[in-house]
Structures are given as structure tokens and as C-alpha cells.
Design a protein around this ligand. Structure first.
Ligand code: ATP
Ligand code: MG
Length: 401
């Protein structure tokens, strides 16, 4: 029997109170983006569930697409039946019979939000159960561990039948928590940080710093390829590319070597914050995690963070590298991240950067030079590209240089 719709159960919406409408709107948008290749599909949202009406589109493929959408707790292929006992018997039989294999067991789970329906839940269980046992030879009941669990939901508008519940991705729909700027390097961590933020409902735009000619074509390609992967989650990703060479040169000339990395990070943060303001974001996301490298000690974060009071989200802060790598594998960014490349930060990094930089010191060093005009220039010259998951951006990007 063919399902005619997919019933979607919302995730953490019950805790969201008056943000409910926003949650539902954003989820609907995510579903629409994911199902764009299926133009006949119709999406119907109500306060406590959503239906994807298949209208003849490929149900199996659509089920696969829904798997990755944040904000979906679970979903079930379903059939809408009119509120009539005979119609319910017939549809239940067709649904279960189409799935039944020799020796399998079943149970019925009935729920009734419309109390005016002539059968209560016990009545549904008995009537439908008896009908199935009579008409499907060899099938037995097992209420504990059935092979087929037929869910019957009597709702005000109709009865919905489903027999399979698929776990969704959880989290919150992208955009329901607002927008933030992701500082995207070519490394393993920042794409994972972006992914985890998206999972909590954050819409992201990426900011990447590069320093031609010290960083190569390959490094750019990495960031584009990583952006494509992230774009796959929400249909597209806005990537801001910052020309950073002049600022790095200035730092090299003005700031003692062991503080150059601290200063570099502070300049990156200042620029990212300017872009954030323009784009009306509310936070900045980094792939920092505690203690991996000199730039990621608490002292270092304290010295760098001084340049802004915009919230900085560090989704990886408590994670071990092995856990981060696992997620990078799942979201398919690891293979891109481990390609060899020159990061604009590592090429200028001194052999022994300060692991415990001091605010007073870095402020003093930076005070001998006016970085502000260079920062404004970099912000003005930012190249912004809309990345699509499968489009060919490489040539377009190369024209920038
Ligand atoms: P990653 O694996 O994300 O590169 P990392 O472990 O190499 O992180 P760092 O190099 O210290 O750590 O960078 C810390 C964070 O600073 C990165 O996760 C990223 O958010 C940001 N960052 C570093 N370099 C760049 C860059 N070239 N462009 C944009 N953001 C950057
Ligand atoms: Mg890095």
C-alpha cells in the first residue's frame, strides 16, 4: 500500500512557548529547501505536527532527505483515512498486509484526540485487531515486541495510520535561534563548530581570512569545498572572504614575534565583528577547544576576546579531538580538512608563540600602529559569495585575484 504523506513530529518545541510559530516557520523552510527536488510535494504545518503530502513524488527518497533536518524529532510515513470504522478497517488491513511477512507479529497503538469518534482506544484495538487477525492468515499479536506497530491516531479532521517511526536529527530548525558568523579556517574544527551551531538553530555565515600570495589556491579550494558541505545542510551558505595580507604584514612589522599570533587573532576578531554588524548577526562562532595549541589556552582567549563583547560561541570547547573527528567524518568534512594546505595563521606563526599572553602587553604593542584604517579597508573589500552545495564556484572565486 502506498503512503500518501509523511507525518513529522516536532523536536523541542514544547519548551519553546511563544516562539512556537517561529520554530514552525523555520522548520517549514528547512523542509521546503530539502525537498526542493520534489516540486509536487505540499507541506502542511499545524501547531503540533507537520505533514508532507507526497502527491505522487518518491516517498522513499523523501524519507531519506528528512533524516538530516534539524528540529524534527521523528517522522512516519502515514495514510489519511476518513473517520469511518469500515474505512479504517480497510486501510489498516491494506497497510499491515503490504508489510506483513510470514511469521511476523503486530500490535495496535491507538490514540484519540477526538473524543466524539464512535470507538474509544480499546474499541479501536479490539475491532481493528480482530479484523487483521481474521484477514491476514498466520499473523499473531505481540504487544511487547511486535514486528509491526500499527499506530492509529484519531484527530479532529481525520484518522491517520502509520506503522513505522523514524528517528529525526533532533535539535532546532536553522534560523530559529538567529544568525551568527562562523570563523571558518581550512582545519578540522571550525566546520564541526558550524555544524553543531546549526543544529541548535543558528543560521550561519562563514568568514575566512586568507593571505595571498602566502596562502595558495589549494587552501582556497579547501574552504570553498568545506563551505559546500555546510551549504548542503541548508541549501546555501554565504561566505565572506577577507584579504588579510596587509594586516599580517603590519603585525609582523609592529608586534614582537611571540605576540604576533595573539595580535593576528585579535585583528581577525575585530574584522569578523564588523562583518557581523553589517550582516545583523548576534554572535561569532569559532572552532576553538581548550588546550590544543598555544592559541587555545584560557589566557590566550582572555587576551583575544578583549576586542569585542559580542558573544563568542565555542561549541567544541569541552570536546576531545577524537569526538570532533568523529563528527567531521559524519558530516563528510574530514577528508577535505586533512588535505595539506597553508593556513594564513600558521605561515606567520613564530616557533614559540606565547601560551600565556597578557592583555596589557598586546595592547601596548598594538598601540604603536593604527590598525583601524587597515581593518576598515579589509571590511570594505570583503568578497562575498553565495555557495551552493553542488555548484562550480572555483572559477568564479579565482577571478577575485
Ligand atoms: P581549525 O581546525 O578550525 O582550524 P585549530 O584547531 O587549527 O582550528 P586554530 O588554528 O587556533 O585552531 O584556530 C582557532 C579558530 O580560529 C578556528 O577554529 C577558526 O574558528 C578560527 N580561525 C583560524 N584561522 C582562520 C582563518 N584563516 N579564517 C577564519 N577563521 C580562522
Ligand atoms: Mg587551524
Amino acid at each position: 500500500m502506498n503512503y500518501d504523506r509523511i507525518l513529522i513530529r516536532y523536536g523541542e518545541i514544547s519548551t519553546k512557548g511563544r516562539n512556537r510559530n517561529k520554530f514552525i516557520d523555520k522548520l517549514k523552510k528547512s523542509v521546503r529547501i530539502a525537498l526542493a527536488p520534489f516540486p509536487k510535494v505540499k507541506i502542511e504545518a499545524s501547531r503540533d505536527r507537520m505533514y508532507v503530502l507526497l502527491n505522487g513524488e518518491n516517498g522513499l527518497e523523501i524519507i531519506g532527505k528528512l533524516k538530516n533536518i534539524f528540529g524534527i524529532q521523528s517522522y512516519s510515513p502515514a495514510i489519511k483515512v476518513e473517520k469511518d470504522v469500515e474505512a479504517l478497517k480497510q486501510a489498516s488491513y491494506e497497510l499491515v498486509n503490504s508489510q506483513f511477512k510470514e511469521g511476523q507479529t503486530f500490535k495496535i497503538t491507538a490514540k484519540r484526540s477526538d473524543k466524539t469518534f464512535e470507538l474509544n482506544t480499546d474499541g479501536i484495538n479490539q475491532t481493528i485487531g480482530a479484523h487483521l487477525l481474521k484477514n491476514i492468515p498466520g499473523m499473531k499479536v505481540d504487544v511487547r515486541n511486535p514486528d509491526i506497530n500499527l499506530r492509529v491516531e484519531v484527530r479532529p479532521d481525520a484518522i491517520y495510520l502509520s506503522s513505522e517511526t523514524i528517528q529525526g536529527a533532533g535539535g532546532l530548525p536553522i534560523g530559529s535561534s538567529g544568525k551568527a558568523m562562523l570563523m571558518l579556517s581550512g582545519g578540522i574544527d571550525s566546520p564541526v563548530a558550524g555544524y553543531l551551531s546549526m543544529k541548535r538553530g543558528v543560521e550561519i555565515e562563514a568568514v575566512h581570512f586568507f593571505s595571498p600570495p602566502f596562502t595558495s589556491e589549494r587552501s582556497k579550494e579547501k574552504v570553498i569545498d568545506l563551505s559546500k558541505k555546510l551549504a548542503g545542510i541548508f541549501g546555501s551558505l554565504t561566505l565572506h572572504i577577507v584579504h588579510f595580507t596587509d594586516i599580517q604584514q603590519a603585525i609582523r612589522e609592529q608586534v614582537p614575534e611571540n605576540y604576533s599570533m595573539t595580535s593576528t587573532r585579535r585583528m581577525m576578531l575585530r574584522i569578523t565583528d564588523e562583518i557581523r554588524k553589517k550582516q545583523e548577526g548576534l554572535a561569532i562562532i569559532t572552532g576553538e577547544s581548550l588546550g590544543q595549541v598555544a592559541s587555545q589556552t584560557l589566557e590566550s582567549m582572555y587576551a583575544i576576546n578583549e576586542v569585542t563583547n559580542t558573544p563568542i560561541l565555542r561549541p567544541l570547547i569541552s570536546m576531545d579531538k577524537t569526538d570532533i573527528i568523529k563528527i567531521a567524518e559524519e558530516i563528510d568534512t574530514l577528508d577535505i580538512s586533512i588535505r595539506p594546505f597553508e593556513d594564513c595563521c600558521t605561515i606567520f606563526v613564530p616557533s614559540s608563540p606565547k601560551t600565556k599572553p597578557k592583555r596589557e602587553k598586546v595592547n601596548q604593542y598594538e598601540s604603536y600602529f593604527d590598525f583601524e584604517p587597515l581593518i576598515q579597508e579589509a571590511v570594505q573589500e570583503v568578497e562575498t559569495i553565495i555557495i551552493k552545495p553542488d555548484s562550480e564556484h572555483r572559477s568564479e572565486f579565482n577571478e577575485l585575484f
